[in-house]
Design a protein around this ligand. Structure first.
Ligand SMILES: NC(=O)c1ccc[n+]([C@@H]2O[C@H](COP(=O)([O-])OP(=O)(O)OC[C@H]3O[C@@H](n4cnc5c(N)ncnc54)[C@H](O)[C@@H]3O)[C@@H](O)[C@H]2O)c1
Length: 274
């Protein structure tokens, strides 16, 4: 088990999509908190690099090359992790295949792949770990959703459909698995620098997002890591079925065209009715 000490000491965690971006950052966050981490990704090369980064923190990690859309891959990965440490009691679903664009440009096979990884893969990962969590007396699942499930954002219809599905299955599974002591929550980040988001946003895009946040800052990987570790930990033992925005207030803010939400607005009338 891990040589480090932390609030998730000796917990066995499975992170999907751990080869890069948020999945990698989350896996390293768990390692720093003392967990033993199963690092699952389609990309065997990147995930084995992340396993070395985990080892450098003093924690233990196991690289698992698998496709979340294939049930046999997932079963084999969970078996390997269980043999090496113990069955995982925390699962983080971060793997994604995402494409954006106008509806007319979304090819049917791209839509199939997005849903196969983001919805089917997520359900299969839950199916693979839940029996072990029940035997252990409970567990915690944290899904990666997105603000795109909470606000209408153009040119992202397939991505919005899959993240809306993630929110719905988070609530459904929290209800179904609560009696077994398994909590199911999601985080919904706004744009966070990662290989995926960097390829979609230029400098102006990041600046535009910063301006639309009441806090006036863009988020970082560490902001998502903190939220995921909190939801996974015992500190959140009364929280389940939650979709938590990690977005600097982006989804809470009403956006009126032409109004800069960062500027103080003059009071023009005393309203008795709205
Ligand atoms: N980065 C952001 O701005 C942002 C914002 C909101 C939500 N999210 C969500 O956070 C999660 C991580 O996003 P990211 O930006 O780090 O993505 P990313 O594209 O950088 O990384 C995704 C990882 O998933 C892996 N993967 C893809 N298909 C797989 C499969 N079939 N089986 C196993 N692994 C597979 C990839 O190899 C890659 O390592 C996603 O669910 C994404 O929708 C990201």
């Amino acid at each position: 088990m891990s040589a480090t000490s932390g609030r998730l000491q000796n917990k066995v965690v499975l992170v999907t999509g751990a080869g890069q971006g948020l999945g990698r950052a989350i896996a390293l966050g768990f390692a720093r908190a003392g967990a033993a981490v199963g690092l699952l990704d389609l990309n065997a090369a990147t995930v084995s690099d992340v396993a070395e980064e985990v080892a450098a923190t003093g924690a233990e990690g196991l690289a698992l090359s698998a496709d979340v859309s294939r049930p046999d891959d997932l079963r084999a990965a969970v078996d390997s992790l269980s043999r090496r440490f113990a069955p995982p009691v925390i699962l983080v679903n971060s793997a994604v295949f995402a494409r954006y664009g106008a509806l007319a440009d979304l090819e049917p096979d791209v839509i199939d792949r997005m849903l196969a990884v983001g919805i089917k893969g997520l359900l299969l990962a839950c199916r693979a770990v839940v029996p072990g969590m029940i035997t252990a007396g409970g567990g915690s699942i944290v899904n990666l959703s997105s603000v795109v499930s909470l606000r209408g954002i153009g040119y992202s219809s397939a991505y919005a459909a899959l993240k809306g599905g993630v929110d719905a299955l988070t609530r459904a599974l929290s209800t179904e698995l609560g009696p077994d002591g398994i909590r199911v929550n999601a985080v919904a980040p706004s744009a966070i620098p990662s290989p995926m988001s960097r390829s979609n946003l230029d400098e102006l895009g990041w600046e535009e997002r910063r301006r639309r946040n009441p806090l006036g800052i863009n988020g970082s990987e560490e902001d998502v890591v903190s939220a995921v570790l909190f939801l996974a930990s015992e500190e959140a033992k009364f929280l389940t079925g939650l979709v938590m925005p990690v977005d600097g207030g982006f989804t809470a803010a009403g956006m009126i065209p032409g109004v800069d939400i960062r500027k103080k607005q003059p009071v023009k009338h005393n309203h008795t009715t709205v």
